[in-house]
Design a protein around this ligand. Structure first.
Ligand code: NAD
Length: 488
């Protein structure tokens, strides 16, 4: 693997590292705005070759049926990433602007460790089920169910947690027997491109089984959704793009798996430790500059204690200074790009225009003239209908909203086009469980519990997505079921 400085990453097509036929595009350090190096710019032609290679590898090799090979290969990839974890950490901090402390968790080491779950699942999976003999329509028949890989998977990923999302698709898709074309976000090409380098050097993954096409052109990713040779698209990104992926996939009726945006609620009931809960909510919303789809960005608090709640959240956020992601103590690094920072600033402006006020933060930090930083910001005095309370901001921004009791809190939490995640805090675990059960979301944290884990399925209700990633459910997304009926 080349050193970080002046790195020039390549495409990975049909087992070979190759240049992009559209040249290269720069990769930028979001904390300094410096050009780090370049990535290969894949064209439509490159994508066509990658899809062809994945198709051939699926149709003409034993990859989909050789479970022992696949389990070994997934473990080899994990081993290679583990051995190079310090280099991967430096790339991740520089390219993603990810705080160093998060690279020992979900930003890098967590998803690498989670590859074991994929290998173990494939190793122990019941690939066939004997349903025994029956006599449907009077014909004596022995029925068997076989689980088989879907085929060629197009994996399209965003920039916020690139290793987590790339590996949460590649791991189960490969372990289940699929071949893959990975198209990462243009903002974080290196985190994906290194996988090609490691696969080529350190694994027995056959040529064509994994292909990685970095590109500055979003349209190159869209080809995956449209191409009839692709059987399934596994997409993580914004709800707007998810809609395009689904529409593009409809022409060939391919399986479409979507992990999309969120506007999750942190519900504090009136018996909870208000200051502690609000402080935790503010801390969570500041992590990685709020660039996490499942972060709870609406803090719902009892109306009678609204001011106290705002003050507690503001005190925590005011103490979190946006900082250099290289520093071990940094919680809130930069946003990924100037475009993203401007987008967040637009939401902050809309909050004021809608009658809100900033109890902490509110814009760019005065002490940073370089880097795409935004101060952790608490917005008060808005209701759930305001734009900043309804739309996903994807910045370190928390909107505090008053509720009038448990039913009202549930109503507000569910009054969203999204349904990704949620949190409930209460001194009474049964009461908290009752509220959690009424939230229309895919994951719920009760009193600080952690749902993020290799064996826990993650995904959204409503416009937050279709399907589940991780866990056994995430593995089975990449399988078809075939019923075989043999007359006896
Ligand atoms: P995005 O939707 O702009 O881009 C995601 C990916 O889609 C990129 O690789 C991009 O190049 C590609 N793309 C863009 N247009 C496309 C098209 N028409 N067809 C096919 N591919 C296309 O998202 P982003 O800005 O990179 O990431 C932020 C978004 O991702 C947020 O909305 C966030 O909530 C969401 N996200 C969701 C989850 C989840 O699991 N639910 C996880 C992380 C991020």
């Amino acid at each position: 693997m080349a050193l970080l400085a002046n790195r020039e990453s390549q495409l990975f097509i049909d087992g070979k590292l190759v240049a992009g036929s559209a040249g290269t595009f720069p990769t930028i350090n979001p904390a300094t705005e410096e050009v780090l190096g370049v990535a290969a710019d894949g064209s439509a032609e490159d994508m066509g070759r990658a899809i062809e290679a994945a198709r051939r590898a699926f149709d003409e090799t034993d990859w989909s049926t050789n479970t022992e090979l696949r389990v070994r290969c997934v473990r080899q990839l994990q081993q290679a990433m583990t051995e190079r974890v310090e280099e991967l950490r430096e790339i991740t901090i520089a390219e993603v602007g990810a705080p160093r402390m998060l690279t020992s968790a979900a930003q890098l080491e967590g998803p690498v460790a989670d590859l074991s779950f994929c290998a173990d699942t494939a190793d122990n999976y019941q690939w066939t089920t004997d349903l025994g003999v029956a006599e449907p329509m009077g014909i004596k028949t022995h029925r068997t169910l076989a689980r088989e890989a879907v085929g060629v998977v197009g994996a399209i990923t965003p920039w916020n947690f690139p290793h987590q999302i790339n590996l949460a698709k590649l791991g189960p898709a490969l372990a289940a027997g699929n071949t893959v074309v990975l198209k990462p976000a243009p903002d974080t090409p290196w985190c994906a491109a290194v996988l090609g380098e490691l696969i080529a050097e350190h694994t027995d993954i056959p040529a064509g089984v994994v292909n990685i096409v970095t590109s500055s052109d979003h349209g190159v990713g869209a080809l995956l959704s449209k191409d009839p040779r692709v059987d399934m698209v596994s997409f993580t990104g914004s709800t707007a793009t998810g809609r395009s992926v689904m529409a593009d996939g409809s022409a060939t009726l391919k399986k479409v798996f979507l992990e999309l945006g969120g506007k999750s609620a942190f519900v504090v009931l009136d018996d909870a430790d208000l200051a502690g809960a609000c402080s935790m909510s503010a801390f969570t919303a500041s992590m990685h500059a709020g660039q996490g789809c499942a972060i709870t960005t609406r803090l719902l608090v009892p109306r009678a204690r609204y001011d106290e709640a705002v003050d507690a959240a503001a005190a925590t956020m005011a103490g979190i200074k946006p900082g250099d992601p290289n520093d071990a103590g940094t919680v809130c690094g930069p946003l990924i790009s100037a475009r993203q920072r401007d987008r967040v600033q637009g939401y902050l402006d809309s909050a004021i225009a809608d009658g809100g006020r900033f109890a902490a933060g509110g814009g760019r930090p005065a002490d940073r003239d370089k880097g795409f930083f935004i101060e952790p910001t608490v917005i008060a005095d808005l209701d759930n209908n305001a734009k900043a309370a309804r739309e996903e901001i994807f910045g370190p921004v928390l909107t505090v909203i008053a509720h009038d009791g448990d039913d009202d809190a549930v109503r507000i939490a569910n009054d969203s086009p999204y349904g990704l995640s949620g949190t409930v805090f209460s001194a009474d675990p049964e009461r908290a469980a009752g509220v959690a059960a009424r939230l229309r979301v895919g994951t719920v944290n009760v009193n600080g519990g952690v749902w993020y884990s290799a064996d826990v399925p993650f995904g959204g209700y409503k416009q937050s997505g279709v399907g589940r990633e991780m866990g056994l459910a995430g593995f089975e997304e990449y399988l078809e079921i075939k019923a075989i009926a043999t007359a006896v």
